[in-house]
Design a protein around this ligand. Structure first.
Ligand code: AHR
Length: 648
């Protein structure tokens, strides 16, 4: 390869190329990245499956156990708020003190609670039953982190007795300071009363919450260790909040941003598209604070009229193609942008300040819908929403979720706007797609339209090629990204890097998988409650390398030996370095000879490789494949100097 740093064509690279896609799938938000450690904190609703989404039942008591001689149940007569009508009742019998010293309940966490030396914030609303507790006696409450196996208490705090508010719930918050590490995450949070003092009483509880220290200390923030893993990639943008999860199972069940802001007890939970209730604790403001804390641009997806109906089918065709029908959706998106970006003199900007963030955020990209190629009337809906938003926010870059894939329509993407394309495909799709963007603008007559590869992954490897349909059994999805996945994704991304005028953004999807509850594989990171169990996949490491080693200008490379394959490459440069990415598709070593026009002094390299192309990182082999430093010999550095490398 001759890297033409002096005489070759250079183009500015796409600064935001590598980003992160997030939606609540696989319990990636609730029970995952969202820092709340307690499951079912407010008794929102049950899980469902796609085949019975109309059977979302009401609240369940899952995740709680009584402590001592007492009874717990759900109660609807003492709602905390309109959005949280069901609470936990703790009925303590008059005989409670005869068989236990403490009575109360415990929450088992999201499949466990890790305990380590740090300060935990616990909070809840409590209200004593005014009928049973005739004299409204006050008692202290103990909150403890304890082992489910031995009962050993790792840390606890006593909340002193106080006189209860007889009309409204009392909000309690306290800190539990742990100085020890529990040996595993098989722990729970117990909230208990002295059984003598509390016998014969009933208490109601809701919004029972426990947070460990969060990423960068944000209140109601992100689980620190998982956020650290994301931040290590230095993603340039965050695409949120979906994915299908913006769409809802019906129009009424769409992600309504205004129901995800403000005090947690006033937010409305929602049956998410991925078969479990979403607390909306990770709401609009928390997403914005996430991007703020990781210096990412926002790719905000807005609802565009496409939901998933009762059978999991698209019902967007039923959405009327009329301005009047769409106006409410335009209005809610405009209000959302005002909340995100408006000054505090605007209605929604003032709300943002009231909720703790007076400084406006920046929204660089807005995506109109998600995968709307299923709906025949998307061209109308896109145009209407695009024009309405563009008039109010001309500097935002708008993204269409469809191009001309649907035989029923053609869609004109306006100049300056983008197309979001999704690929869940076998490796050969990505390898064959290496040159897909080479002449994409010219061949589609879209010279001012750019591309966002908004979701992609090698999701299937060794199944027959005729089984490539999502209607087939889900086990065609591989469980974990393999080395072959990263190789194929990497070849495709090299194609993107070589076309920085076309491909501006990309994000692997989905990103997070909870070992205890997931409905989509593969993902970049798999985890459970215990930070020590987190597995970073080979595809994760590919993202890390590809984003870390990138210049500000792409550089022309000439290959005197022929075309791409089995080696694929892309090169770029900045003020101090020349970067060369190389992928060898073959199982055999290929000798690479590189000459560089500029003067240079040393070569440093990092490689991801393994003898088995189907190898992957797993729980018992979490670091099986990680980037390793390369020992490269530099035979003749200097101007036009060359170096050779046997590429494994
Ligand atoms: O990433 C999982 C799902 O795949 C997304 O929610 C959806 O956009 C796509 O179909």
């Amino acid at each position: 390869l001759s890297i033409l740093t002096e005489t070759g064509v250079k183009n500015a690279t796409a600064p935001d190329l590598y980003g992160w896609m997030f939606e609540d799938i696989n319990h990636s938000g609730d029970g995952g990245l969202y820092g709340e450690l307690l499951a079912n904190r407010a008794f929102d609703g049950s899980d469902v499956t796609w085949s019975n989404i109309s059977d979302f039942t009401g609240p369940v008591i899952t995740g709680y156990k009584p402590v001592g001689n007492t009874v717990i149940r759900l109660d609807n007569l003492h709602p905390l708020t309109h959005s949280h009508p069901t609470v936990l009742a703790l009925d303590i019998p008059v005989t409670a003190n005869q068989s236990s010293t403490q009575v109360g309940f415990e929450n088992m966490g999201w499949w466990g609670i890790p305990v380590s030396p740090q300060t935990y914030n616990v909070s809840f609303f409590v209200y004593p039953d005014q009928v049973r507790n005739q004299y409204n006696p006050s008692t202290s409450i103990t909150v403890s982190l304890q082992s489910n196996i031995t009962g050993e208490v790792w840390a606890s705090t006593v909340i002193p007795a106080q006189s209860w508010n007889v009309v409204n719930y009392t909000y309690i918050s306290a800190q539990i300071i742990s100085t020890v590490s529990a040996p595993d995450s098989n722990n729970s949070l117990a909230i208990t009363f002295d059984s003598v003092a509390a016998s014969g009483q009933t208490y109601f509880f809701d919004q029972i919450s426990l947070f460990a220290e969060t990423f960068k200390g944000y209140t109601n923030g992100l689980r620190k260790d998982l956020a650290d893993n994301i931040y290590d990639l230095k993603p340039k943008f965050l695409r949120w909040p979906g994915g299908n999860n913006i769409e809802g199972y019906s129009i009424q069940r769409r992600w309504k941003w205004w129901e995800t802001i403000g005090p947690l007890e006033d937010r409305w939970p929602r049956p998410g598209n991925w078969e479990y209730y979403n607390t909306n604790g990770l709401g609009l403001l928390e997403f914005l604070e996430w991007t703020e804390s990781m210096e990412m641009e926002n790719v905000l997806a807005i609802y565009s009229g496409y939901s998933l109906g009762d059978a999991g089918e698209a019902d967007a065709d039923e959405f009327p193609s009329s301005d009047a029908a769409l106006y409410p959706l335009l209005k809610e998106a405009l209000d959302e942008l005002e909340f995100c970006t408006g000054s505090t003199s605007t209605y929604w900007g003032a709300k943002r300040a009231e909720y703790g963030h007076p400084e406006p955020f920046t929204i660089k990209y807005v995506e109109i819908g998600n995968e709307d190629w299923f709906g025949k009337n998307y061209p109308f809906r896109f145009k209407y929403l695009y024009e309405g938003l563009k008039a109010a926010y001309p500097d935002i870059i708008y993204i269409s979720t469809a191009y001309n894939e649907n035989p029923d329509y053609t869609i004109d993407i306006p100049a300056g706007a983008m197309w979001d394309t999704h690929h869940y495909e076998p490796p050969e799709f990505f390898i064959n797609g290496f040159d897909f963007y080479d002449n994409w603008q010219e061949s589609t007559n879209n010279t001012n339209v750019t591309v966002f590869i908004g979701e992609y992954s090698v999701f299937q490897i060794d199944t027959p090629s005729e089984v490539d349909d999502f209607s087939d059994p889900p086990d065609i999805h591989i469980f974990y990204p393999r080395l072959l996945s990263a190789i194929a994704e990497g070849v495709y991304l090299l194609g993107a890097e070589r076309n920085p005028n076309v491909v501006k953004l990309s994000s692997y999807a989905p990103s997070l998988q909870n070992w205890n509850w997931y409905n989509w594989t593969p993902n970049l990171i798999a985890f459970d409650a215990d930070p020590l169990h987190t597995v970073l996949s080979v595809s994760y490491y590919l993202q890390k390398l590809f984003n870390a080693y990138r210049g500000t200008e792409s550089v022309e490379v000439i290959n005197s030996e022929g075309d791409f394959g089995p080696l694929y490459w892309a090169s770029s440069t900045d003020d101090s370095n020349i970067y060369l990415k190389v992928i060898n598709l073959n199982a055999t070593v290929v000798l690479l000879k590189v000459s560089i026009e500029s003067s240079w002094s040393s070569v440093n390299g990092t490689i991801i490789t393994n003898p088995d192309v189907n190898a992957f990182n797993y729980k018992n082999n979490a670091t099986g494949i990680t980037p390793q430093p390369l020992n490269l010999t530099t035979t003749s550095p200097g101007s036009n100097g060359t170096w050779n490398w046997n590429v494994p």
